[in-house]
Design a protein around this ligand. Sequence first.
Ligand code: GTP
Length: 251
Amino acid sequence: MDGIELLPDDYQKYDLPFKIVIIGDSGTGKSCFSSKGIKNIFEEAYSATVGFECFTFNIRINEKVIKLQIWDTCGQDIYRSLITNFERNSSLAIIVYSIDGKSSFKHIEYWLTELKSQNPDIKIFLVGNKSDLEEYRKVSKDEGENFVKENKLDIFFETSAKSDYNVQKVFIKSAKLLYSQYIESQNEIKKKEEKEEKEEKEEKEEKEEKEEEDSEEKEDEENDLNIEEYKKGKCSLNEHKENDAINFCRE
Ligand code: GTP
């Protein structure tokens, strides 16, 4: 891919760190999805995540090293209060359901509401995992796509941690989106600074112009006054002003 380089997960130097939280029902394959996308490992045997696990995904985009700190959370309700912390502190969330059953798909609404109550501005990806289980499919691709459209989420992917389909792509897309969001915010800051600088300059110029006008007005008033005084013989003027006054008197 252009301008993109995947880096080892222990790569130490980075420019931009971002946090990502992975949520969804228990057993949808969140942990397998994370370990496949990051370490290229797939565990067939299910072992429930205790609380959370943390992964790192490093990628270089346009000369900037982006470090994604990925929080794979446990789908069980008892850990809910722990998960809210990750939801609040993340820039992007990946909600995972599995395509081979309706219940985890129906439950996305719950995850979405919870997530938005913690972090209304968070970017959200929807992932329908276990796409290799085509013969057991209960949720169509259209249903996933429509949910994303209707709820204005950022992107939809079907993935398979087992057959390594689209998994790494989700993390690359996440990094790209967060990077472009960062660039946009930098551009906005730059634009705002330039606007403020321009306004300051205009204000300064206006002030200087006004000062100049005031000083010219004052000088004119002084001249008028001196001429009056001179005519009355009460004061002397400098040579320049004297000539002016003489001409004035002649008129
Ligand atoms: P919790 O930790 O309880 O929240 O579960 P989880 O969502 O992390 O699920 P986990 O990754 O542990 O996977 C649950 C089961 O689904 C395991 O037996 C995995 O082998 C299986 N699994 C995960 N991803 C896939 C996939 O893409 N295809 C298939 N066929 N099975 C998968």
